[in-house]
Design a protein around this ligand. Structure first.
Ligand SMILES: Nc1ncnc2c1ncn2[C@@H]1O[C@H](COP(=O)(O)OP(=O)(O)O)[C@@H](O)[C@H]1O
Ligand SMILES: [Mg+2]
Length: 386
């Protein structure tokens, strides 16, 4: 097994376009690292540089202690699983899985042994004689995995391996791949544009935007402490509500002016984020996760400040109720590539207790857990903390 070090990895394509800039990630032995970001941000380019399928323009790639920049793909001791499984339609499952071993000239008996072992791990034994056309999408995906694991590589590379599967199967395969990776203990780099996949699968998650690394952290840290606006908006669904607000202090304490409404901020909020004190009188971007709201009529008196809202839309999810409401503070778009830039009437989304009776047209009060607010510098887009 092996560590993988991306040291200032840069890719400039022949047409001059720089797809990846100074990418630094140290991946531990046995770690499951997810590279996530919107389509076109350079994920596949980065992975293909590790695989050796794309020349590295600048920086170093190390597997273990060995510099790999100029090592042939087949000599890097890696296996890659693609989005298109690239199975051979005329070969049965056993031959598909054993194909890389045959290429490498491994003796027949040894191939059979290792194919059987991989098939057992992936529960493909009853299907070894089937052709790909006779398999379901999930089974094909597992055959592609099998072909990667028979070689017992030091590093697995996976590029959106689940994106051709339907939603339910994706959830199941997510769990299967994670379990398999833990069992094998192989260092893995997994690429996806799906932040839920990233959060549920990764030991750590690296967020990429326009070829530039934004943050790499454990899923919980990423969710609770996004370093900048992009990460804040990209991680989490429904996404963090981001609004421009004005921070002011007086002898009565600190206040956040959100459009025509005001949230009082306790000293505790400032103490937890000392850097905020420098923004007295300034506009900041405030981030409110949907779950930081609660319907005040359900929450009761909890001492938290409140916002008044008129509900436009409600979505009952069973476990939660999502309430959409307008707020007259300017919305800020970040992280969500599907968002309409500068949209005027973007709704705030609150995730409240399903016992809430709020429905479209209801005028309600929402309590806000101000300890859970996020603040960002409007210019640099960096989180304002210590
Ligand atoms: N051969 C190429 N020449 C020029 N630009 C490319 C080439 N391949 C990819 N790109 C560009 O590089 C960027 C990153 O592509 P890619 O790594 O495939 O993104 P992702 O996998 O995150 O969707 C995109 O803007 C893409 O158009
Ligand atoms: Mg890609």
């Amino acid at each position: 097994m092996a560590t993988v070090t991306l040291d200032r990895l840069t890719k400039q394509y022949p047409n001059g376009f720089v797809a990846v800039t100074d990418l630094n990630i140290d991946i531990a032995d046995g770690e499951f690292l997810v590279l996530v970001g919107p389509s076109g941000c350079g994920k596949s380019t980065a992975l293909r540089m590790v695989a050796g399928l794309e020349e590295i323009s600048d920086g170093d790639l190390l597997i273990g202690d060995e510099r790999m920049n100029d090592v042939e793909p087949k000599d890097r001791n890696i296996a890659m699983v693609f989005q298109s499984y690239a199975l051979y339609p005329h070969l049965d499952v056993a031959r598909n899985i054993g194909f890389p071993l045959k290429l490498a000239g491994v003796p027949k008996a040894e191939i059979e042994k290792r194919v059987t072992e991989a098939a057992r791990l992936l529960e493909l034994e009853p299907l070894l004689g089937n052709k790909p056309a006779q398999l379901s999408g999930g089974q094909r995906q597992r055959v592609a995995m099998g072909r990667a694991i028979v070689r017992d590589p030091a590093v697995f590379l996976m590029d959106e391996p689940l994106s051709n599967l339907d939603a339910k199967l994706r959830v199941q395969m997510r769990a299967e791949i994670t379990a398999l990776q833990h069992r094998l203990g192989a260092t893995t780099i997994y690429v996806t544009h799906d932040q839920v996949e990233a959060m549920t699968m990764g030991d750590r998650v690296a967020v990429l935007k326009d070829g530039v690394l934004q943050q790499v952290d454990g899923p919980t840290d990423l969710y609770e402490h996004p370093d900048n606006l992009f990460v804040a908006g990209f991680i989490g669904a429904p996404s963090m509500n981001l609004r421009t607000a004005r921070l002011t202090s007086s002898t009565d304490g600190w206040r956040l002016q959100l459009g025509s409404q005001v949230l009082e901020l306790s000293e505790r909020v400032l103490d937890a984020r000392p850097a905020l004190r420098a923004y007295d009188g300034a506009d900041v971007v405030v981030g409110i996760r949907p779950e930081a709201f609660e319907d005040a009529s359900v929450a009761g008196e909890n001492g938290r400040p409140r916002l008044s809202a008129e509900v436009s839309l409600s979505e009952a999810l069973g476990s939660d109720l999502l309430l959409h409401f307008p707020l007259d503070a300017p919305s800020v778009e970040a992280g969500d590539p599907d968002a309409l830039e500068g949209i005027e009437d973007r709704m705030v989304i609150a995730r409240v207790h399903p016992r809430s009776t709020a429905r479209p047209g209801s005028a309600i009060e929402l309590s806000v857990d101000v300890d859970e607010l996020h603040f960002f510098d409007s210019e640099t887009e960096a989180a304002i903390r210590s």
